[in-house]
Design a protein around this ligand. Structure first.
Ligand code: ATP
Ligand code: MG
Length: 333
């Protein structure tokens, strides 16, 4: 049977890239599949986090997910550290994956930057924990943004290596689900880097919690070129900032890029940006409002996560027991 797993880090609040690239698809998929959605706090601490801020962000991300349409009844929604099987399976996968595989990961290179010797070991082995997140549920499908494609390939390599080393058919090879028209939303300040929670510049991203004026201001200040919009998609080649803004518009309006350009082709950003801002406010304001309501009851959010964790662990525990048996560990975890 198909089972969905995906995660999001409590490293800050959700932004438009998370929403269009991942969350919107999670909401759709939960109607048709058993879906497990995880606030991945173990991943968050691969870079330094303030404890109070981490607790806060975990609740905020949870509230944002529910406000975006994730149902904690239909789906399983929980925080990663609460279910110990993720870390347990990650250790075993640490011993399956090869250094050479990790050395190819581009996200580590980007996040570690120039000072690689000072990066945490956790940041380096992040993709192994991600493989464990997915496979501790034997998930078959993983809806993510384009930036996670390489990590999904590594997950498949680990599953395959485990199965073949132990001559078992234990883990499925999970399929990435990268779909929608905004699988890689770019920074509003730089069309060559992706919109990220961890980008230093607030102006680089639109958060789901931004108020209407902030959304409008960020779009007004978004980097663009001076030319008018082309009348078809091919004309966006070599214009990454224009391509990004038109792509965001298309995704939010559920239109194709060509349709958007049929409407705005020949017009400048002075016309296009206010239309984009109006559309963004229209879609995001209700989510932000609902999220703020949910955050008024942090105890309720904690209870939702706790309930999710109990249901998640009920799936993960027997799978870990099976893995321990295969590996040759005595006694049940
Ligand atoms: P961080 O900068 O801390 O890594 P992030 O913005 O990359 O944060 P994640 O929690 O790492 O967010 O990713 C959550 C999900 O959002 C993943 O499925 C990821 O692929 C997707 N995602 C992240 N950024 C974008 C983006 N700019 N466009 C589309 N999808 C994205
Ligand atoms: Mg990320």
């Amino acid at each position: 049977a198909n089972r969905i797993f995906s995660g999001i880090q409590p490293t800050g609040n959700l932004h438009l890239g998370n929403y269009l690239g991942a969350i919107r698809n999670w909401v759709t998929l939960q109607d048709d599949f058993e879906s497990i959605y995880c606030v991945v706090d173990l991943h968050a601490v691969t870079v330094p986090q303030d404890p109070a801020q981490l607790r806060n962000s975990t609740r905020e991300v949870t509230a944002s997910l529910i406000a975006s349409g994730i149902s904690p009844e239909r789906s399983i929604l929980f925080n990663q550290s609460r279910v110990p099987q993720h870390a347990q399976l990650a250790w075993i996968f640490n011993c399956v994956a090869r250094l050479g595989w990790l050395n190819r990961m581009t996200q580590f290179k980007e996040k570690a930057g120039k000072n690689r010797e000072q990066a945490s070991v956790g940041l380096y082995s992040y993709p192994i924990l991600m493989a464990a997140d997915i496979l501790t549920y034997k998930a078959t499908h993983v809806p993510v943004g384009e930036d996670q494609k390489q990590h999904l390939e590594l997950t498949r390599d680990i599953a395959q290596a485990f199965n073949s080393h132990y001559e078992v058919d234990c883990f499925p090879l999970p399929e990435p689900q990268i779909f929608g028209s905004a699988t890689r939303v770019m920074s509003l300040r730089d069309g060559s880097s992706k919109m990220s929670k961890s980008d230093m510049s607030e102006l680089s991203r639109i958060n789901l919690t931004d108020d209407n004026d902030t959304i409008a201001a960020k779009i007004r200040k978004a980097k663009t070129d001076a030319d008018a919009l082309p009348s078809e998609a091919a004309g966006l080649a070599g214009r990454p900032e224009a391509e990004n803004l038109v792509g965001i518009y298309a995704a939010m309006a559920s239109m194709t890029v060509d349709d958007v350009l049929r409407e705005f082709g020949g017009r400048g950003f002075g016309d296009f940006k206010p239309a984009l801002a109006a559309l963004a406010v229209d879609q995001l304001a209700p989510i932000g409002a609902r999220m703020r309501e949910l955050l008024e009851n942090p105890d309720e959010l904690d209870a939702i996560l706790d309930d999710g964790a109990v249901r998640a662990e009920a799936i993960a525990r027997p799978i870990l027991a099976e893995v321990h048996e295969i590996v040759g560990f005595l006694g049940m975890p």
